[in-house]
Design a binder for this molecule. Structure first.
Ligand code: CA
Length: 426
C-alpha cells in the first residue's frame, strides 16, 4: 500500500510556520490532555494539535477497520497492535482530511472546534504504556570513547562488540515525557583512590543523546523475528535522553551491567514519528568492520539520516548547543537490534521501547554525552552564558532536538527538554 501521506507536494489548510518540524508530511502520534481535561490520542500539524478520538467519533475514519474507542485511550498501545497496514491507512486519511484541496472539515466550524487545539491548550503525556525497555550500545564511536577512558585504547572495544548489538534490560517505570523535571540521584560511589564506597549525591550526572524505537506485537515466545521482517514491527521513533550517573555507574556495573546509575530517569519527546514518515530519509549505515553472522546480515539502506543536537540551558540564561550528531552513525541498525533481541525467542510487545545507545559521531563536537564531550571532566565545555560544564549541574535544562530534511521537506521530532533539580528532599 502506498504511503500517500508522504507526498512532498501536498499542502495543508492548517496554518503552519515555514520550517516547522510538523508539516502535513509528518503526522506523528501522541497522547494529550485536552482543555476539557479529557485524555485522547492525537496528531499534530504545525502548532495545531488534532484530537483523533473526536475525528473518529465524527466519522472521518469511516471505511478503516478501527474499534470505536481506539483513539479514546490513554496510550497508543492498542492502535500500535493493529499493525502497519492500519497505521498507514490512518496516516493517509489524516493527510487527506487536512489537504488544502479538501473542504469537508475546513468548512465545518463546529467540527473544527471539537477537533483542533492550540498547543497551549493541551498537555502532552507519555504516548505509550512502556511494558519493557531495552537499551542498546550501538555507536562504535561511543563504545570506543568510553572503552578508551575506562580500559585504555588497546582494549576499548570488548571482544563481543563487533559481533552483536550489545544491550541490557532497563526499567520502564522511570521513562518520562519531555517537561517533567528530575532530581539529582544519590547512591554509592567510590572516590578516587578510596577502597570503600561512600553514599551521597551523584556528582557526575550526564545525558545520553539517543533515539528510541517503539515496537508492535512482534512474535510469540520462542519465535525469532528474521532481520528482513524486523522493520514491519517498528511503529516509530522518539528522541531519548537516557540520564546517567557516571560515578554510581562506574562502581556498580561489574559484573552485571547498568543498574541504579541508569534507571533513575529516561526522558522522551512526546510525539512518535512513524517509520513510514521517515522513509524518504533512508541512508546506508556504516560498513561492518568485521563480517557479521548471517542472522544479522541485511540488504538495502537500513539507517536514517536524522540530524540531532543537544543544548544545555542553565537557569534563566540562554542555551548553548554542545553537540551535533546524527542517527546514521549508529553501527548496528534497528533491524539488527530487533533481530538480535528476538533470536533467542524473547517476545517483543506493543509499546516496548528500544534505546539506540548514545549516538556519538566521529568528531569531538558530535559526542553524545558529557562524559565524552568533557573527556571525563578533563576538558570543560564552555557555555555562551559564561561558565563551563564538566557534567550537568542543578537547575540546568538539557534539550535534545532532531530532524530530517530533504527536497524541501523537513520531518522533525520537536524536542525533549528536562530540568535537573537538586537532590530530592521530603
Ligand atoms: Ca543508554
Amino acid at each position: 500500500m502506498p504511503i500517500t501521506a508522504n507526498n512532498p507536494d501536498r499542502k495543508t489548510w492548517i496554518k503552519t510556520k515555514h520550517h516547522t518540524d510538523f508539516p502535513i508530511q509528518n503526522i506523528p502520534f501522541g497522547v494529550f490532555l485536552t482543555r476539557d481535561d479529557i485524555i485522547t490520542i492525537g496528531t499534530r500539524i504545525g502548532d495545531t494539535a488534532i484530537d483523533l478520538g473526536a475525528l473518529h467519533q465524527l466519522g472521518y475514519f469511516d471505511g478503516i477497520p478501527l474499534t470505536d474507542d481506539i483513539f479514546l485511550q490513554d496510550s497508543l498501545n492498542d492502535f500500535i497492535s493493529d499493525g502497519k497496514k492500519t497505521w498507514r491507512l490512518v496516516r493517509n486519511r489524516i493527510a487527506e482530511i487536512f489537504d488544502e484541496k479538501n473542504d469537508t472539515l475546513k468548512n465545518n466550524k463546529k467540527h473544527r472546534q471539537e477537533v483542533l487545539f492550540s498547543l497551549d491548550e493541551i498537555e502532552m503525556q507519555l504516548p505509550v504504556s512502556v511494558g519493557d525497555y531495552t537499551d542498546f550500545y550501538s555507536s562504535i564511536e561511543h563504545a570506543t570513547n568510553v572503552g578508551t577512558m575506562f580500559r585504555g585504547k588497546d582494549n576499548a572495544l570488548m571482544p563481543n562488540w563487533l559481533h552483536l548489538p550489545v544491550g541490557y534490560h532497563g526499567r520502564s517505570s522511570s521513562i518520562i515525557p519531555s517537561g517533567i523535571p528530575i532530581h539529582r540521584p544519590q547512591g554509592q560511589k567510590l572516590t578516587n583512590g578510596a577502597t570503600e564506597p561512600i553514599f551521597g549525591p551523584s556528582r557526575l550526572v550526564d545525558f545520553e543523546l539517543e533515539m528510541a524505537f517503539i515496537t508492535t506485537d512482534a512474535n510469540q515466545l520462542g519465535e525469532p523475528i528474521p532481520i528482513q521482517e524486523a522493520e514491519d514491527y517498528i511503529f516509530g521513533l522518539v528522541l531519548f535522553n537516557d540520564w546517567s550517573a557516571r560515578d554510581i555507574q562506574k562502581w556498580e556495573y561489574v559484573p552485571l551491567g547498568p543498574f541504579l546509575g541508569k534507571n533513575f530517569a529516561s526522558s522522551i519527546s512526546p510525539w512518535i514519528v512513524t517509520l513510514d514518515a521517515l522513509e524518504p530519509y533512508r541512508t546506508a549505515g556504516p560498513k561492518p568492520v568485521k563480517e557479521q553472522l548471517p542472522y544479522l546480515q541485511y540488504e538495502g539502506a537500513k539507517s536514517f539520516d536524522i540530524h540531532l543536537e543537544v543544548a544545555i540551558q542553565p537557569k534563566n540564561t540562554e542555551e548553548t548547543v554542545v553537540s551535533k550528531s546524527n542517527f546514521k552513525h549508529m553501527y548496528w541498525n534497528m533491524a539488527q537490534q530487533l533481530a538480535h533481541h528476538t533470536v533467542n525467542g524473547c517476545p517483543v510487545n506493543s509499546g516496548d521501547m528500544m534505546g539506540s545507545g548514545t549516538l556519538s559521531g566521529p568528531t569531538p563536537d558530535s559526542y553524545g554525552s558529557m562524559l565524552e564531550l568533557s573527556w571525563k571532566g578533563e576538558k570543560p565545555v564552555q557555555l555562551k552564558s559564561g561558565g563551563s560544564r564538566k557534567f550537568i549541574e542543578d537547575n540546568d535544562t538539557v534539550i535534545m532536538r532532531g530532524f530530517c530534511e530533504k527536497d524541501g521537506v523537513r520531518i522533525g521530532f520537536g524536542e525533549v527538554s528536562t530540568t535537573l533539580l537538586p537532590v530530592f528532599k521530603k
